[in-house]
Design a protein around this ligand. Structure first.
Ligand code: NAD
Length: 357
């Protein structure tokens, strides 16, 4: 199986096919009218690698193609980049019949999607994710947005792409650090939804085997599809995707968003929260150790020396915190997640000692 359909308010398809990037134009023909114009958006690392193949394919399919490039990195995920992109769209007189193409990692997808959600009150866009994290997570589900100096992802919109084209072959150029980062999210999908996927990741290296890697991406995307379909606007079940993220975000913040990567921080968060779940009798014994072993196999950390009181302090602004209650995502066992609300006043006691095996 190589294609999936996401049944959101506007359904769309996802193709997960090795070597599919040169067929981008043919996929675009399925969702955009002939003669429409495309704005190809990418960062300073990805456009030089894959921009030309994408442009050629779009033009061969009859779409004229403009380009917008920005400096690679999270620092570009801000309103000034989106404003420059609006300017490029307006200069080329883009209309609502034209479309944007996000060719890159999660930063590109998030900011391009946000520009598409807001330019002329909404134009279509395609996701062509090129990092592992973007392929298994951020390109699917329609969350778009940018950061503010006060925090990450504070401005955004729900805007589903018209098509997601995933070519796992482009991951051959992804630096190992970013590959490991994406594997942290893959372990997460196994933990919350798919025990067999977890076992596969825990027992086999995937990067060197193109078909195994493709299948892993497909299964992660399928997990996300299922959750997004049930909760498109993130009012309930989608919270499960945040397994490991409450503590992970706090650790990222304490490390000043450098040193510990997002995937690394989420990995530590998954181990710690599972240890707390085990101690509370809510999580099957041995779960935290199994997650730690899987993360280690992927080259990710399994612990951190940050003091727990500081980590707890850093969770105070967590989006999963409502009315004095922190909604923690726990596992019953590998493959089965649930939300466990804990009153703020009891969070410290619940998590006590979770940072030590
Ligand atoms: N919208 C969502 O649902 C969602 C979900 C999770 C994360 N995110 C967001 O995703 C972002 C992180 O995504 P990311 O890790 O992909 O970051 P990124 O877009 O910065 O990409 C990581 C790095 O890899 C490079 N790169 C990407 N593909 C490459 C390739 N094939 N070859 C060589 N280099 C390549 C990029 O240039 C960049 O330097 C964060 O901003 C996060 O908030 C969004």
């Amino acid at each position: 199986m190589t294609q999936l359909q996401v049944n959101t308010s506007r359904p769309y398809r996802i193709a997960v096919e090795n070597g599919s990037l040169p067929r981008l134009g043919a996929f675009a023909q399925e969702v955009f009218r002939p003669g429409a114009r495309a704005m190809l958006v990418g960062d300073s690392n990805v456009l030089p690698l894959y921009g030309e193949a994408a442009r050629r394919s779009l033009e061969e399919a009859g779409f004229s193609c403009a380009r917008f490039s920005f400096p690679a990195g999270e620092a570009s995920k801000q309103l000034s980049t989106v404003q420059a992109l609006y300017g490029a769209l307006a200069e080329h007189a883009f209309t609502r019949s034209d479309f944007l193409v996000a060719l890159g990692g999660g930063v590109t997808g998030d900011l391009t999607g946000f520009a598409a959600a807001t330019y002329l009150r909404g134009v279509g866009f395609l996701q062509v994710p090129t990092s592992l994290l973007a392929q298994i997570d951020s390109s699917v589900g329609g969350k778009t947005g940018v950061d503010l100096p006060q925090g990450k992802n504070l401005v955004g919109a729900f805007h589903q792409p018209r098509f997601v084209l995933i070519d796992p072959q482009v991951l051959s150029t992804l630096p190992p650090r970013f590959f490991a980062d994406g594997m942290g999210e893959a372990v997460k999908y196994g933990c919350i939804r798919d025990r067999a996927l977890f076992e596969e990741i825990a027992s086999h290296p995937v990067r060197e085997d193109p078909e195994r890697l493709r299948r892993m991406i497909y299964r992660c995307v399928d997990c996300k599809r299922e959750i997004v379909e049930r909760d498109e606007y993130d009012t309930g079940e989608r919270m499960l995707l945040n397994f490991g993220h409450t503590l992970g975000h706090a650790l990222e913040k304490l490390h000043g968003f450098s040193g510990l990567t997002h995937g690394g921080a989420v990995g530590v968060g998954m181990v710690w929260i599972s240890r707390a779940g085990e101690r509370a009798g809510l999580t099957e014994p041995g779960t935290a150790a199994r997650i730690a072993a899987a993360l280690e196999r992927c080259g990710l950390p399994t612990g951190d020396s940050a003091p727990l009181p500081q980590v707890l302090e850093a969770t105070r602004l967590d989006k999963k915190s409502r009315d004095g209650v922190l909604n923690l995502v726990l596992l019953r066992r590998i493959g089965e997640a649930f939300v466990h609300p804990v009153p703020r006043s009891e969070v410290e006691a619940f998590l006590e000692g979770c940072n030590h095996a």
